[in-house]
Design a binder for this molecule. Structure first.
Ligand code: ADP
Ligand code: ZN
Length: 291
C-alpha cells in the first residue's frame, strides 16, 4: 500500500505554493499557482491535491485571517486588501473537497514553524520569523505554540524610526510609513524605480533597508527576547545586508541587553526557500495526530 501523504498550502498574495510530503517532512512534489480570484486559484489547488491520497492538510495563508476555532468565521481570510479574497471561507472550501484534519494559520506562522521544527530554531524553545517580501509579516513561537491572543500578531506593521536620508512617504494603505510601508519589496521598487533583485549590492537603498530591519530585530528582542530571529522572504536574498543589520542592531541595543552572538541570533532561514512548506507539512502532521 502506498503511504498517504500530507498536503501543504502556502497561500501568498502573489502565488499559492502547494506541495505534498511525508511524515518525515520530505517534499515529494511542489507546484505554484498565481493568486488571482478564489474561484480560479482554488480550482487549481483542488485539482492538484485530488491526484493524491492525503491524510491531512496544513495551510499557511496571507491575511489577516480568523484563527479562532469557536468563531463563526473561523478559517476565513478577513480584511485583506485583496478584495476578491475578503471574507473568503478558505478552510470551509477545502473541507468540502477534503474531509480531513486541516491545520490553519498565517503564512508567517507556518514558516516560523518550519524553521522551529527543522531549521535555524530546531532544538531551541522559541523563535520569531519575519518575511520581507511583497509585504512584511512575522510569526512567533514559544515552546511549540504560536504567540497569539484575540488574533495573530501583525508585527510587519510596527512603527519604526525613519532613516535620516529616507524621504519615501510609505505605501501601506493603512499606516503609510509602517515597517511594511517602507521596507517591503514594493517600497524598494517605488523609491528606486527598480526591483530589488535588479539593484546592485552597493546601492545606498540597502543601508536604509538594513536600518529598518535592524529596528524590527531590536523591537523583537526587547519585547520577546526569543532564542533566534530569522529574516526570510525575497528581499533577504540580499545576504550582504545581514552584516549591516547586525551593525545597526548593535548600535541600537548599545549594550543594554546581552543577546546570543549575532551570527546565531539574527539569521536567514536555514531551510532557504522551504520554511513555509515544511512548516505546513509539520502542522498537517500534528493535526492528523491530534484527531
Ligand atoms: P511573496 O512575498 O509574494 O511571497 P517574495 O518573498 O519573493 O514573495 O517577495 C517578493 C518581493 O521581494 C518583490 O518585491 C521582489 O522585488 C523582492 N525580491 C525578490 N527577490 C529579491 C532579491 N534577490 N533581492 C531583493 N529583492 C528581491
Ligand atoms: Zn501598515
Amino acid at each position: 500500500m502506498t503511504e498517504k501523504l500530507l498536503g501543504s498550502i502556502e497561500a501568498g498574495g502573489t502565488k499559492f505554493v502547494c506541495a505534498v510530503g511525508t511524515e518525515a517532512l520530505e517534499i515529494k512534489k511542489r507546484v505554484s499557482f498565481p493568486t488571482t480570484t478564489p474561484e480560479e486559484t482554488m480550482a487549481l489547488v483542488i485539482d492538484f491535491f485530488k491526484q493524491y491520497e492525503l491524510k491531512a492538510i496544513g495551510i499557511g495563508s496571507f491575511g489577516p485571517i480568523d484563527i479562532h476555532p469557536e468563531s463563526p468565521t473561523y478559517g476565513h481570510i478577513t480584511s485583506t486588501p485583496k478584495l476578491a479574497w475578503q471574507d473568503y471561507d478558505f478552510v470551509g472550501e477545502m473541507k468540502k473537497h477534503f474531509p480531513l484534519p486541516i491545520a490553519w494559520t498565517t503564512d508567517v506562522n507556518a514558516a516560523a514553524y518550519g524553521e522551529y521544527v527543522a531549521g535555524s530554531a530546531k532544538g531551541l524553545s522559541s523563535c520569531v520569523y519575519y518575511t520581507i517580501g511583497t509585504g512584511v509579516g512575522a510569526g512567533a513561537i514559544q515552546k511549540g505554540k504560536f504567540i497569539e491572543g484575540f488574533s495573530h500578531p501583525e508585527m510587519g506593521h510596527m512603527i519604526v524610526r525613519r532613516h535620516p536620508e529616507d524621504q519615501f512617504e510609505g505605501w501601506c494603505p493603512f499606516h503609510g510609513d509602517c515597517l511594511e510601508g517602507i521596507a517591503a519589496g514594493p517600497a524598494i521598487e517605488k523609491r528606486t524605480g527598480t526591483k530589488g533583485q535588479e539593484l546592485s549590492s552597493d546601492d545606498p537603498i540597502w543601508e536604509i533597508e538594513a536600518y529598518y530591519i535592524a529596528q524590527a530585530a531590536y523591537n523583537t528582542t526587547l519585547m520577546l527576547a526569543p532564542d533566534v530571529i530569522i529574516f526570510g522572504g525575497g528581499v533577504m536574498k540580499q545576504r550582504h545586508m545581514m552584516e549591516k543589520v547586525h551593525d545597526e542592531f548593535e548600535k541600537l541595543v548599545n549594550g543594554y541587553v546581552k543577546t546570543p552572538p549575532l551570527k546565531d541570533y539574527i539569521v536567514t532561514p536555514k531551510l532557504e526557500d522551504d520554511p513555509g512548506t515544511i512548516g505546513c507539512l509539520a502542522l498537517a502532521k500534528e493535526a492528523y495526530e491530534a484527531q
